[in-house]
Write a protein of this length. Structure first.
Length: 300
């Protein structure tokens, strides 16, 4: 299989490229700088410039583009960047997939599609979108793939949870706090915190690429959702460090602005129904397994 990937230099993209190549697939990477390797093609989504040869012979396109949710405080301008950095590349790639007749488009989205008002209720891929900023962003992001679907492509929408990695993402930042004995729950700790190990994030994407029966929304979340308090206890246990503190909600709102309520103080109790029914074998079924494999003593 030939897979073209946009966003291949990030945490997930780097791991996905390596995994696909280990399995013998051909990978081409779309880059925004001058191409430096034989597997790279320069593109400019802002100007809607994508060389036709980049998708020649492609069996699938994977779009992982998007500015980091936690990279900066959510000012109005940064919220616009979060939207533009997702919707613009998706618009360009969906049109290109349609024009080139690529059979499959796998496009990133987020588990916060469902919003923070779901509380303790379990949500699956059949549930509707929420109404907050992240939910609207994910809804519009997914809608931008429509040209590919209208052209007959199989479109997979990856509603990813917090990806657990030893070196990157939120967990990479939290490890230092816990190592210093400053770990603790966020707010009242009762909010759900959807998670997935990097191994299963990548494994789920490869599974979706190679199984034609998988299409539409796919929750890339661990099978056993946990609250923030449960996550806190599991991370403290994996790191063998105390985590006695509580960061009150008002402090999070003061420090992070709108992101506190949208991404930290609320979260969906999402489960991966599509992947489980399709037979994907999760490597890490519980938060304890995932954290021990990622940051626990003896983790690689």
């Amino acid at each position: 299989m030939k897979v073209v990937i946009a966003g291949s230099s990030g945490l997930i993209g780097t791991a996905l490229v390596a995994a696909l190549r280990r399995e013998g697939h051909e990978v081409a990477r779309l880059v925004r700088r001058p191409a430096e390797a034989g597997d790279e093609f320069t593109w400019d989504p802002v100007r809607a410039q994508l060389p036709r040869q980049a998708l020649r012979g492609a069996d699938a396109v994977v779009n992982l583009c998007g500015a980091g949710l936690g990279a900066r405080r959510w000012t109005g301008s940064y919220q616009q960047l979060l939207r533009d950095s997702r919707l613009t590349p998706t618009d360009v790639l969906a049109e290109a997939v349609a024009d080139a007749g690529v059979p499959t488009l796998v496009n990133a989205s987020g588990a916060h599609y469902y919003g923070g008002a779901t509380g303790d209720r379990v949500v699956t891929e059949s549930d509707s979108a929420g109404t907050d900023f992240l939910s609207t962003l994910c809804r519009d992001w997914e809608a931008a793939t429509r040209p590919a679907a209208d052209a007959g492509a199989r479109v997979v929408l990856l509603r990813s949870a917090l990806v657990l990695s030893r070196t990157g993402g939120l967990l990479g930042k939290l490890r230092l706090l816990y190592a210093l004995g400053l770990g603790g729950r966020l707010g009242n700790g009762r909010q759900y915190m959807p998670w997935i190990s990097l191994d299963d994030e990548v494994g789920g994407i490869v599974f979706a690429l190679t199984h034609d029966t998988v299409s539409g929304p796919v929750n890339l979340t661990g099978p056993a959702p946990v609250t923030n308090a449960e996550f806190n206890r599991a991370l403290a246990g994996a790191l063998r460090r105390p985590a006695p503190f509580v960061v009150p909600a008002f402090a999070l709102r003061l420090a992070l602005g709108d992101m506190a309520d949208a991404a930290i103080l609320h979260g969906p109790r999402a489960i991966p129904t599509v992947l489980e029914q399709a037979g994907y074998p999760f490597q890490h079924n519980t938060i304890g397994e995932a954290l021990n494999a990622t940051v626990g003593r003896g983790a690689g």
